[in-house]
Structures are given as C-alpha cells and as structure tokens.
Design a protein around this ligand. Sequence first.
Ligand code: HEC
Ligand code: HEC
Ligand code: HEC
Ligand code: HEC
Length: 443
Amino acid sequence: MKSILIYTISIILFTIIVYSIDKYFNYQDFETPQYCGTKCHEEFFHQWRQSMMAQAFTHEWDEIEYFELALPHSEIDEKVSEVKAGCNGCHAPLAYLTGDIPPKRPSEKTRANESVSCDVCHTIVGFTGDIPYNFNYIVKPGKTKYNSRKSNIESPNHKIEVNPIMKTGDFCGICHNEMSPYGVWVKSTHLEWREGPYYKEGVQCQDCHMPRAETRTAVMGKIYPDARQHLFNGAHDPAKVKGAVEIRLNPDCTEVEPGNPVKLNVVLFNQKTGHKFPTGSVEDRILWLHVEAIDSKGNVYHLPVDKKGFAGEEYTIAQDVLAYQDMGIPLKIPDFKGVQRDGIPIGDRIFRMPYFDPQGRMTIQQWNTASLGVDYRIGPRQTVIETYTFNVPVNLPLGKLKFVAVLNYQLLVKPVAEFLKVPKSEYEIIEVNRQTTEINVID
Ligand code: HEC
Ligand code: HEC
Ligand code: HEC
Ligand code: HEC
C-alpha cells in the first residue's frame, strides 16, 4: 500500500517536472507586436512589420521548407528529430517557448505567426554558454522590457532595464549562428563577423542593420537623435544587396588583332557586407559572375571563367549536374535523382560554400548537413580576382569590342525553387553590380 502511494506520488512529481520543463511559458506571457506597436511604438512597428524577421515563420519559402521537408524528415530520421522543435526556436520563438510543437500552418493564424517579435528580443536577457548559437537565449517575459539605453523616462506600461548585450552583435548571434545535428556550422554570420575587420573596429550588426537616426521612439516619449531604426533589411531588400560588391574590368591590352587572345581580369571588392557574402542561408543562395564579350556588330560571346585549380573548384563553376537528392527522403520519393545543381549559364563563376549530406551529395537541407565544401565566398572587405581568356575569332568584325561583367544574386537556386513550387518572388534575380569596358579590334 505504502509503496503504491510512493509510486503514485513520484509519478505525479515526475509529470509536473517534465511538464514544467517542456512548457516553460504561455502565449499570454508575451505581448503581441500589435499591442507594442499600435499604442506606443508606432514608428518601430511599421519598420519591423516589413522586415523578414516579422515573417520568419509565415513567408512562403519558410513554410514550405519547414512543413514539407524539415518536419517530415524529423519524423523519419532519428538523427535530425531535434529540428521538429528546433527550427521554431529561431523562426517562431513563441511557439517554441510555449511548447506549441509543431505549430499549426500560418493559415491557421496562431501566435506562432508573430515570428521574431518585439517581445522576443526585448525579453532576452542573455544566452547560455560562451558562443551565441542555436537559440540559446535566456528569456524573461514580464513587466520588465530590456533595452541598451538607460532611460530617465518611465514608461506608463512597463519597466525598462538596461541590458548591455543588446548593443552587441553577440545578441544577434543567438539566432544567426546555427549548428546542424551533425555538429556542422550551417549558419555562421556572427562568427564570420567576429573574424572580420568590422568586429575589430567595433562595428556591430546593429550599425548596418539598425542604423541610428533621429526618432521619437515612443508616442509619448522624447525624441532621441540616435535611435536604432528597426529596419533589419538584408538579402530580401534589393537596395541593400545592390552595390555590395564593386567590379572593375582590366583587359591586358587596348588593341587586339583577330586570332589572338585577350586576357580580362575582373576585380571584385566586397565593400559593404560585415560578414561573408553570401552569408546565413548559404545552402540556398547563389551569387554568380556572368561575363560576355560583344563585338561591333552586336554578336555576343559568353566567356567561361578560367579555372584556378583549387580543391573543390568544380562546385564554384556552373555545370550541368544533378544535386539535392536528399529532398527525396522527406518527400518520400525513392531513388530521387535530384534536380539541376545551379540553374545558371554553364561556365559562370559561383561564389558559394557547398553543403553535403551524410552521403556526400550537395544539399539545401541545412539540418541534414554532415560536412562543408570549399568556402569560395567573398569576405568582408576582401578582393577577389577572376580571369577570362577570350580567343578572338579570326573573322571577328573590326571596331569596338565590349566586355560586360554582371554579378547576380538569387535567394534560392532556381531548379530547387521550381521543383518545390516556391513563388517566383523568392528567386528573382537581383543584380548586385555590373561593369563594362572596351578595347579595339584592329587588323
Ligand atoms: C531582432 C530583435 C529586435 C526586435 C524584433 C525588435 N527590437 Fe527593438 N531593439 C532591439 C535592439 C538590439 C535594440 C537596441 C540596440 C542598441 O541600442 O544598440 C532595440 C531598441 C529598441 C527601443 C529603444 C530605442 C532607443 O533608441 O532607445 C525601442 C523602443 C524598441 N526597440 C522597440 C521595439 C518594438 C516596439 C519592436 C516591435 C515592433 C521591436 N523593438 C522589435 C532589437 C529588437
Ligand atoms: C530570436 C532569433 C533572432 C534574433 C535574436 C535575431 N534574428 Fe535576425 N533573423 C532571424 C530569423 C529566423 C531570420 C530569417 C527570416 C526569414 O525567414 O527570412 C532573420 C533574418 C534576419 C535578416 C535577414 C533579412 C533579409 O532580408 O534577408 C537580418 C538582416 C537580420 N535578421 C538581422 C538581425 C540583427 C541585426 C539582429 C540583432 C540585433 C538579429 N537579426 C537578431 C532570427 C533572429
Ligand atoms: C558593414 C555593414 C554590415 C555589418 C557590420 C553586418 N552586416 Fe549583415 N549585411 C550587410 C549587407 C550590405 C547585406 C546585404 C548583402 C548580403 O546579403 O550579404 C547584409 C546581409 C545580411 C543578412 C542576409 C544574408 C543573406 O544572404 O540572406 C543577414 C542575415 C545579416 N546581414 C545579418 C547580420 C548580422 C547578424 C550581423 C552581425 C553579426 C551583420 N549582418 C553585420 C551589411 C552588414
Ligand atoms: C539558430 C537559428 C535558426 C534555426 C535553428 C533555423 N533557422 Fe532558418 N534561418 C535563420 C536565420 C537567421 C535565417 C536568415 C539567414 C539569411 O538571411 O541568410 C534563416 C533562414 C531560413 C530560410 C530562408 C528564408 C528566406 O527567406 O530565404 C529558411 C527556408 C529557413 N531558415 C528554414 C529553417 C528550417 C526549416 C529550420 C529547421 C530545420 C531552420 N530554418 C532552423 C535562423 C535559424
């Protein structure tokens, strides 16, 4: 009898403990962005609602990747089972923190849709361990909101406490570094920044993504000359991507006779990003350089890049090959052959770092990444030179010979986007920069 009683009590205790570990918070513990934004912080609300962080759970590609690939995969393969909850740790923090896993689809309009909301960032007090990554935030929702500025003004609604970490890029690293279940860094924007020149100079993520300007930060508050704008604009904002890399073209001659080669140097300088370019979702993104020669009659010659000969270079030059076969696992297509790897003109140089699944095949499923290939991206303030050799045809018309170089960017490789029926707006080509120069063809 006694042992049954002890048994029952321990089961009850165990259930309470498990329950409280699993379910830290309730949705009601967090304010909605509408609440923060329509009563008081109107300016920031209207900036934030247009940012990708306000749509991290709801926008189409996020919905497709979680519900059609990651979630089914987590249920088939024990090794990646943690992502069922984990994706939401960064994309739908409220769902994660309240144990609403898996969250309902965005069309069900649950509070998961609030994505990375005001009250997520403004209740983060720190992170566990030494390195910010994989949503290792410590969250303290309640009447106290955290901010980096010491304010002498009392908010009528909440207390304000100073949290110095909000001033630093480490705060952003909590979600902008990600390690896969295989222990591979599949997102390392913060680590790239830490290694680069901007960190050494004290330039934070906030300085480029939350620039300072004169703003009334709250309707009844005062105007600050240096308030952090809540823009968070990045790769989805063509204006932000434009001009990130400068291009100059240097042919090795000013005149050429038909039948002779011209060597063209293309110098690319990353003047704008604080991390590598591309960064973040590197598995999805494609940045490539397309170079053409155009003769005086308007004939166009596509120039493939000269090979440099480094290990893994084949992943950095567009080819006609298939990849991404591991999408077949969650989609339950046996022996899936994959889709085209690049979907851009063959021979073009690609600035990327390939991700490989446990079988060594290229993947866009970052959670299924067991190793990384060559890192051929452009680092902050790095300059890369590519060369192109044009053997001028003997019958090329005399006159001006023009060279055109265009650096293009796509958020998702086109063949994958088409295969998964991701809306066109998610993979439109964004032109980063373009440059031209001319030489003369003489006899
Ligand atoms: C991704 C995280 C993040 C989100 C989302 C976010 N903020 Fe902030 N907010 C910050 C950081 C970081 C700072 C302080 C930056 C600094 O001082 O360097 C800040 C500063 C502020 C400040 C103080 C500005 C000042 O100059 O004193 C207010 C007010 C504010 N946020 C309100 C909001 C509201 C309202 C929302 C939602 C509409 C919101 N924030 C969403 C990260 C965030
Ligand atoms: C709670 C997690 C979290 C924190 C903290 C966080 N982010 Fe994000 N951020 C995300 C997620 C998730 C996305 C991806 C949105 C999407 O699905 O496209 C994102 C996207 C972005 C983008 C990309 C926008 C684009 O157009 O591609 C920028 C820029 C950004 N965040 C800046 C910051 C900065 C700066 C900070 C620190 C002040 C920060 N973030 C803190 C989760 C977070
Ligand atoms: C010197 C300015 C600068 C700094 C510092 C900086 N960024 Fe960026 N960031 C940019 C520019 C410009 C882009 C647009 C080009 C691109 O996509 O890389 C960008 C793009 C991004 C993107 C979208 C990347 C993609 O391809 O989807 C994210 C996410 C981001 N930044 C987060 C951060 C975080 C987090 C930090 C700090 C750890 C940071 N940035 C520091 C300038 C900066
Ligand atoms: C540690 C935080 C974190 C985790 C965990 C995480 N993400 Fe992300 N995710 C981000 C950030 C930050 C970005 C934006 C990076 C960028 O702009 O390049 C992003 C970008 C994306 C994008 C591209 C969005 C776009 O608009 O192009 C998709 C899709 C995505 N994540 C899905 C997932 C899925 C599915 C999972 C789970 C397997 C997951 N994420 C896990 C932080 C995270």
